[in-house]
Every structure is written in structure tokens, then in C-alpha cells.
Design a protein around this ligand. Structure first.
Ligand code: SIN
Length: 517
């Protein structure tokens, strides 16, 4: 089928970074590719904590930048941290202008949550745990009203077209009723904002479709991928048999909720001086260790919040109800679950990837902000900062906008969909071998399993190869990446990993049997 030409900037994804970038591209014509109905299906809408920003006059962007660098365990780019945190306030004010009802105090300040590894309570929130949902509600309303934005719902991106080393188009398919064959769209630029990869793990807090497809697509097109091995595990995913596992926000621990095991012991007291508010990777490993030894870790909100959890944390309360739990009288069973991918498409300060014509923002990108361990609630902030930067950079790179007609996709024949049994095997292989605690043996088994699954269904995932390979190559422990066979960091500062898919496959070929000494 012939490619469809359009004068629109094509944005892959419909979460916070995608929608914010689309709005900031006005009046330039935009085409958004949204697999689900706009405003649903993206991780952003599930974010409970909020946006980290130094909004209290006693706080500062410098302190926020310092906390970001410290949490990142030696691999955050300090210049990126300084510039992103300096822009935070401006984006909060912008979101308010766009209709986000952040919680305010009686004297006109902001209600600020405390989350782990922040030296100050600085997470701007909405109705306790509704920040993501409310920000997305406000932006979705704006996008729907914007004439310059066309949204194709029920459509997913399946690949990038590259010509002469430049991204020239995007293959898309219908996905509302099974998956169709693809057709190529050629726009003026392509912006990837299609989320991270948590759903590649069997135990995850991410929405079902967030499985690294967009990072994998960029990798297959030849873009450099940074820090693929840095995956953050959230310590308090609710262990209630649901897939995905609902989140019990870190803000609960900020309010004084404690972690206990089935013996009633507060195990974080011995694990770190900051106990439940230790950096997220440390709490995740402690929770994981309790799970592995059968001690059934749980979050106890009863004393700290009592019945207030029902009104102040409605998303957590609803998840408890769905799981048949009463958090007012019972503890909430928890487990460490894949939550956020610090790695992704390597970008510069404007969100440009290493492939001309291709930009990336949000969780799909790796900008250097998060290092080996993202500071809580810096994810939505990064999506805002780089969403706007990408929009400005794309606009500056293109000739003056002209009017573009809406794009209509033709009916397309049905195509092969990923075999659910193979997907389940992949997810289990990632949780087993590339999860909270990693070893060379476990990673080699995961790589071998990925290769076998790939052979069974060859269109398999490029990102998995890169994640497992980069994980195997990083022979140290740093932030969220913990190898029990290399349990210490290799120096105070670390080196970011940068890899193309070709590099990863060559390394896999030599490493799946035995890791070199
Ligand atoms: C949380 O609310 O615990 C998650 C916040 C985040 O991942 O940034």
C-alpha cells in the first residue's frame, strides 16, 4: 500500500509528554497516534504521587537538583538536573492555567507530599493520589478542543521508516479489534512519546500496553538506546493477584505508613536510617527480600491514616476495595514491581534522538535526568519539560507550517498478533532474570529465553535484547540495578550505557553461553 503523506508532525503516544508536546506545537498541525481512547491507557493517568517542583518558598530548585543527582547514584547528568528542576515551577503554573486543580492550602500555598529521597516535601498533588488522572483530564480536554491536533484513536505505531539515515515515516496499524497490517505515514517529523516498558515484567504497576514497543521500534530503526538496564522497581505495588498490580503511593509512607512483615516487624528500621523513606531502590530490595523469604511484606496505614485513607487516597482505597481489602482495619500486602524505565531512546537537551527527524520525550526517552534511580515524581516533571522542549525544537527545525488536511487511514487486513503464551513467557523471563536482584547466570538464562521466543515469533522485541544485554554488561550494582554477583558500585560516579540494537545482538551472540570474566 502506498505511504500516506501528511504535513503534520506525527506524535506516537497520548500520555502527558505526548499531549503537552502536541499543545505546545500550536498552530503547527499535529497527528497523535493513540492506541486507546485519548487520555486512557498511558502510565501518566495512573501516576499517584504528582509532580516534583520546588513550590515552597523555603525550598529551591538547587536543592531539588541535588536530591535528583544523589538519588541517581552517580549517573545523573548534573546539567540536565539543574535545568529541569529550574523549569519545574513554570510548568506547574502552566498546568494550573490549563485546568489542573492542584491541592492548595488555606493561605494560597500548595499542599506538598513528601516522597522518598527528597530533602523537602515538594510533590505537588491533586486530591491526595489523583495527580496523574487530573492532569490528564485537564490536558485531554484541551487537546480535544485544539483545531491543530488530530487524534487517531485505536491506532498503534509498529515501526519507523528510515531513508538515508533519516526518519521519514511511521508504520501504523489499527489495534482496536485485533491488530491489522500496517500502512506508512509520512509526516514532517516524528516525536516518540509512547511510554516506558514496565509491562515487559510479569509483576508491574504499568498499564497493559506499556511494554517497551516504542523504545524497541526506535532501537530497530538504529537509534541509540541509553541506560537500558536501569529499571526502577516500586516497593509498594499491591500484592493482591491483579495484573497490573495497583500502586500504593509512596506518599502514604510520607504520611507515616509503615512497612511490616507477617511477624509484625518493621523491617526498614534495620535497613536504612530513613526507614520507609529510604531511596526507592533500597526499599524495593528490602521488600523483595521479605517476599523471597516468605515473610509477606505489607504496608500498614492504619495508625498513620486510619479512615482518612478512604477520602485522602481514593485510588488506593478503590484498589483495596477491588482486591477485597479494608485498609482501615487490615494491612495492604505489597511486592516490588517494575514501575519506571530510566533507560530509553538517548536524547540531547532538546529531545532529539541520534537519528535525524526523530525526537523523543517522556518515559520512552533517556535524557540523563534519572540516572540509575529516578527521584520520585520527577517522571511527570521530565515529561513536561521535554514535551515542551521537543515541541520548540521540532518547530524550529521545520519550515513555516501550512494547513494540513485530516488523515484518514484505510481499512487494513488483519495481521498476526503476538502469541499471548509467548508474551507471558517473556514477562516471566524478565521478572526472573532481569528483576530486582540480578546475576550473570540469571541474565544469561533470560537472554537465551528471549532468543528462543524470538525464534518462535520472529517479530519479537528489540528492547528486551538490549535491556538484558546492557544489564549483563554492567558488572556493578548502582541504584536500581543490583547484581548479587557484583554487589558494589564501581566508583562513586558511573558511566551511562549507550548501545544500538546491532551492538546488543552482537554481544548477545557471544554472551548467551558464558559471560566473559
Ligand atoms: C508513587 O506515587 O509512589 C509513585 C511516584 C513516582 O513513581 O514518581
Amino acid at each position: 500500500m502506498s505511504p500516506i503523506e501528511t504535513g503534520r508532525v506525527i506524535i506516537v503516544g497520548a500520555g502527558l509528554a505526548a499531549q503537552y508536546a502536541a499543545l505546545k506545537l500550536a498552530p503547527r498541525p499535529v497527528l497523535m497516534i493513540s492506541p486507546e481512547a485519548l487520555g486512557t491507557g498511558a502510565s501518566s493517568a495512573w501516576a499517584q504521587g504528582g509532580v516534583a517542583a520546588a513550590m515552597d518558598p523555603a525550598d529551591s530548585a538547587d536543592a531539588h537538583a541535588r536530591d535528583t543527582v544523589t538519588a541517581g547514584a552517580g549517573t545523573v547528568d548534573p546539567g540536565v538536573a539543574a535545568s529541569v528542576t529550574a523549569e519545574a515551577r513554570d510548568h506547574i503554573l502552566d498546568l494550573i492555567g490549563l485546568g489542573t486543580p492542584f491541592d492548595r492550602t488555606a493561605n494560597g500555598g500548595y499542599v506538598l507530599s513528601r516522597e522518598a529521597a527528597h530533602s523537602f516535601a515538594r510533590v505537588v498533588r491533586v486530591q491526595g493520589d489523583q495527580a496523574g488522572a487530573e492532569i490528564m483530564r485537564a490536558l485531554t480536554a484541551q487537546v480535544r478542543e485544539s483545531d491543530h491536533i488530530q487524534v487517531l484513536e485505536g491506532v498503534m505505531a509498529t515501526g519507523l521508516e528510515v531513508s538515508g539515515g533519516r526518519v521519514t515515516g511511521l508504520a501504523v496499524a489499527h489495534c482496536d479489534q485485533g491488530q491489522s497490517a500496517s500502512v506508512t505515514l509520512r509526516g514532517t517529523a516524528v516525536l516518540l512519546a509512547g511510554g516506558g516498558s514496565g509491562g515487559l515484567y510479569a509483576l508491574t504497576t504499568n498499564p497493559p500496553r506499556i511494554r517497551g514497543q516504542v523504545i524497541g521500534m526506535a532501537a530497530r530503526a538504529g537509534a541509540q538506546i541509553a541506560d537500558a538496564e536501569f529499571v526502577q522497581f516500586h516497593p509498594t505495588a499491591m500484592a493482591c493477584g491483579l495484573d497490573p498490580a495497583p500502586l500504593a503511593t509512596e506518599a502514604l509512607r510520607g504520611e507515616g505508613a509503615t512497612l511490616v512483615n507477617r511477624r509484625g516487624e518493621r523491617f526498614m528500621l534495620d535497613a536504612h536510617p530513613d526507614a520507609e523513606l529510604a531511596p526507592r531502590d533500597i526499599v524495593a530490595r528490602a521488600v523483595y527480600a521479605q517476599t523471597q523469604t516468605g515473610l509477606a511484606p505489607a504496608l500498614d496505614t492504619r495508625t498513620a491514616l486510619g479512615a482518612k485513607i478512604l477520602s485522602d487516597f481514593p485510588a488506593v482505597a478503590a484498589a483495596c476495595q477491588q482486591a477485597g481489602l479494608d485498609p482501615v482495619t487490615q494491612v495492604i500486602p505489597v511486592a516490588a514491581a517494575a514501575h519506571y524505565h530510566m533507560g530509553g531512546v538517548a536524547t540531547d537537551a532538546d529531545g532529539a534522538s541520534t537519528l535525524p527527524g526523530l525526537w523523543a520525550c517522556g518515559e520512552v526517552a533517556s535524557t540523563g535526568l534519572h540516572g540509575a534511580n529516578r527521584l520520585a515524581s520527577n517522571g511527570l516533571l521530565e515529561a513536561l519539560v521535554y514535551g515542551r522542549r521537543c515541541a520548540l525544537a521540532i518547530d524550529a527545525a521545520l519550515p513555516a507550517p501550512t494547513v494540513a488536511a485530516p488523515v484518514t487511514l484505510p481499512d487494513l487486513p488483519a495481521a498476526e498478533t503476538p502469541d499471548p503464551a509467548l508474551v507471558a513467557r517473556l514477562r516471566q523471563a524478565m521478572t526472573d532474570g532481569a528483576g530486582v536482584i540480578r546475576t550473570a547466570d540469571g541474565l544469561n538464562r533470560t537472554l537465551t529465553e528471549i532468543a528462543a521466543i524470538e525464534a518462535a515469533q520472529p517479530a519479537c522485541d528489540a528492547l528486551l535484547n538490549m535491556t538484558a544485554t546492557a544489564t549483563l554488561l554492567r558488572r556493578e550494582s548502582r541504584g536500581a540495578h543490583f547484581r548479587s554477583d557484583f554487589p558494589h558500585p564501581d566508583g562513586a560516579t558511573g558511566i551511562r550505557s549507550l548501545m544500538t540494537l546491532t551492538d546488543a545482538l552482537a554481544i548477545r551472540a557471544t554472551m548467551t553461553r558464558k559471560e566473559p570474566a
